[in-house]
Ligand binder design. Structure first.
Ligand SMILES: Cc1cc2nc3c(=O)[nH]c(=O)nc-3n(C[C@H](O)[C@H](O)[C@H](O)COP(=O)(O)O)c2cc1C
Length: 187
């Protein structure tokens, strides 16, 4: 879609691990994004655990920055691992902060893409499904299809965290093209 208005996407991964496959997948998405789409990475490490008392006193700076970044983006790309058949706390906690206050939350009517990676054979499928449920409450527009499940992730990235599997790279490019169309349709 060359020549179209640029769109900005905020991307974040639900793992704090240096060698995280999901962080690596997010970096690969930045590189693979179609030209008019720019993905900016937000690091969730400084986001504290959600606490309504803290929120009532004024959100911490990291949370304010996170919410402002979501508000300023045309869409959000979440790259989630799967922990114990669900969404890891790091990711869920970030979504919980961003969902507040419920009226006028930055996630309201925000286009959302969900992808993920796991060394297992289901490629974070259950983590992605559980994360998707949150967007019923937040009234966010989570793209239903296509899905991107990067299974056997240890075989898809090299020691430096570069995506080296051609088939996955192709599926990632297809996903991002569909996500661009999804974001434009909803803008
Ligand atoms: C607490 C915990 C629970 C896990 N549960 C699952 C799981 O249910 N399904 C799965 O495919 N992998 C599971 N794993 C393995 C993760 O997919 C693997 O550690 C992966 O590398 C985490 O993502 P990251 O590389 O982005 O940090 C689990 C790992 C941890 C630490």
């Amino acid at each position: 879609m060359d020549g179209e208005k640029p769109i900005t996407i905020l991307g974040f991964a639900g793992s704090l691990r240096r060698a995280s496959y999901n962080r690596a997948l997010l970096r690969a998405a930045v590189e693979a994004a179609p030209k008019p789409m720019q993905i900016e990475i937000f690091d969730l490490a400084p986001i504290p655990l959600y606490n309504a008392d803290v929120e009532a006193e004024g959100a911490p700076d990291a949370v304010k920055a996170f919410k402002a970044a979501i508000a300023g983006a045309d869409g959000v790309l979440m790259v989630t691992p799967e922990y114990n058949h669900g969404v890891p706390g790091v990711m869920k906690n970030a979504v919980d902060w961003a969902s507040r206050p419920p009226k006028g939350a930055v996630l309201d009517r925000k286009p959302v893409g969900i992808i993920g990676a796991s060394p297992g054979v289901t490629g974070s499928a259950r983590g992605q499904s559980q994360l998707r449920q949150a967007f019923e409450f937040t009234n966010s527009y989570a793209m239903p299809q296509p899905e991107l499940l990067v299974f056997r992730a240890h075989e898809k990235f090299d020691a430096e965290g570069r995506l080296v599997d051609d088939a996955t790279r192709e599926r990632l490019a297809d996903y991002l093209a569909a996500f661009e169309a999804w974001v434009r349709r909803l803008s």
